[in-house]
Design a protein around this ligand. Sequence first.
Ligand SMILES: Cc1cc2nc3c(=O)[nH]c(=O)nc-3n(C[C@H](O)[C@H](O)[C@H](O)COP(=O)(O)OP(=O)(O)OC[C@H]3O[C@@H](n4cnc5c(N)ncnc54)[C@H](O)[C@@H]3O)c2cc1C
Length: 322
Amino acid sequence: MSSPALPQAEILIIGAGIIGLSLALELDARGARVTVVDRDTALSHASGAAAGMLAVHDPYNPPDLQELAQFSVSVYTEFLQRIERLGGMPVPYQTRITNQYDARGVGTRLVESSIDPRQLAPALLAAAKALSIDIREHEQVEVLPTRAQVVWTTGAWAKHYNVSPRKGQMLRVELPRASTLTEVHRAEHVYIVPRTQGPQAGTALIGATVEDVGFDLTTHAEHLVQLRAAAADLTGDLRFLSDAPIVEAWAGLRPGTPDNLPTLARVNERELVATGHFRNGILLAPGTAKVIADLIEGRQPRIDIAPFRATRYQQRTAQPSR
Ligand SMILES: Cc1cc2nc3c(=O)[nH]c(=O)nc-3n(C[C@H](O)[C@H](O)[C@H](O)COP(=O)(O)OP(=O)(O)OC[C@H]3O[C@@H](n4cnc5c(N)ncnc54)[C@H](O)[C@@H]3O)c2cc1C
């Protein structure tokens, strides 16, 4: 076996969502000593609220996301297998096909999977704890340590990197016993994601709103009922959803950016940033982890990360000098 690339390097990750914890696993594999600090409970924010689609073929993704999305999905199975090996908790794929509808309602079948983030969260934590990763919840970092490299993975709270919260409301409905729904159905403004494995099997998620309303997590009955009606209208086969009983509803805060692309960059000698994953953080986590670990190692990442540089907004708004 080759020797680890970051032997005993000290890394502090601030933010224990899926981005921070996936990075912690990757850095541990490269030999680093990793601490992850979260001022709240690990995985209790956007990463626990997601539907879990690995939406690599979503036509509404920005084109510049494609290479990172493809890269991340190509390492996903290996990522899930490592999590299971380390922590003993499996995270099965819930679905394998997505039906994507265009504006006229014409559907295309895509080979695209989903997982359940509520299965991933405890499994990822168990994996991190099985390693020597130091996870500190309910702690704030007051002063950055001088010896460590620091990575900001603070999700919707990374306002210094042009990130702002974009709220998503979602509901979970009970499917009729006779339902054979095992594929995702998705249009521009609504999706249905069935759970086929685990404690939520026999239910489906319907999502999601995209709202710019700050750090607000309230759900509204009228929005939920509109989502369910839109889901039922997607195709004739889904009409039964119009009165499917609602099991639960919640909202989460996606880390949004002005161009809907994440920021993955070194910002100075000691600090890096990995945030702004908007609607695709579950999909992009293992690919992001490899990119950021490469940057810490001083290696060229396997994909072009120019679209994700931290300075792109400054350049765009800069006035030409006269
Ligand atoms: C309704 C909804 C549906 C979604 N569906 C999908 C989907 O189907 N597929 C997909 O790929 N993605 C989906 N997403 C997007 C995905 O959830 C996010 O992109 C992803 O979870 C972002 O992960 P994160 O680790 O950056 O952020 P988070 O999970 O929010 O974690 C950030 C962490 O940083 C901590 N933190 C913040 N500031 C500080 C600080 N100063 N000090 C210490 N800790 C701090 C927070 O407490 C938090 O725990 C969905 C999101 C929502 C809301």
